[in-house]
Ligand binder design. Sequence first.
Ligand code: SER
Length: 294
Amino acid sequence: MRYGEDNVLATSRRSTPAHSDSGPFARLDVTDAGALAQIVEQQRIEVIYHLAAILSAVGEDNPQLAWAVNMNGLYNVLEVSRRFQVAQVFWPSSIAVFGPGAPRERTPQETIMRPTTVYGVTKVAGELLCDYYVRRYALDVRGVRYPGVISSGAPPGGGTTDYAVEMFYAAVESRPYTCFVREDTVLPMMYMPDCIKAALDLMSAERSALRHHNSFNVAAMSFSAGELAQAVRAHITDFVCEFRPDHRQAIADTWPRSIDDSAARTQWKWAPQFDLHAMTADMLEKLRAGKHVD
Ligand code: SER
């Protein structure tokens, strides 16, 4: 590990997180500003990766909770970082900042951002709040707009892009899968190793080279749900996938199909390593080896 295991404190709301055995751990709810401040002060935290959020589908079920966690949580992190001179903060934004008014193909870094989900609203507001802390307090806040995240280590967490992960779990368990978006639904996606690479590359970039700080478009691959099923079927020939769109289709239909990430490529040399086929092969290998978290 880059920083040494003992130098990274993992936190979670749950008392038994998946990775608690790999280094220091503290239980923490980011909406509890007092507890957050206590940990940052006592542990002399220098860099914060603030990843806690309510995703798009769960957010639509409970918009009040989405606002409380996504906005108050971010505010607490920014405030504690300002008060205790935290050197750097990473906070992920999302392709969900874009709404029906934005171009859907190669969506530009800077374009109309009028999202229609509460999750998207909190991400746009969060980007602006982070920009404010950069400008007003010179806090070094950085972030990328993640596309759908595909991971063999973390189960899907209530997003609109969850089908892309669920499909793999079904396939390795020899189950048929009912996909909740149409077969021709195209969304941008990224494999977890590239998500981590993006965060670490951005955080170690020269500050003076960055113009956007906390809202970089990053792209790795774009594919339709049908193409993903095909890619899985190339390895597991009898995998059965049917498509029955539910309410999440309407969210997917307002998001980009592909992303223009030239700002990230120019300013901090962003380059992903996994395309659809490399990701599919690696996902299946990892899940079959039983490395995933139940
Ligand atoms: N994967 C997220 C979601 O579907 C997008 O940021 O909500």
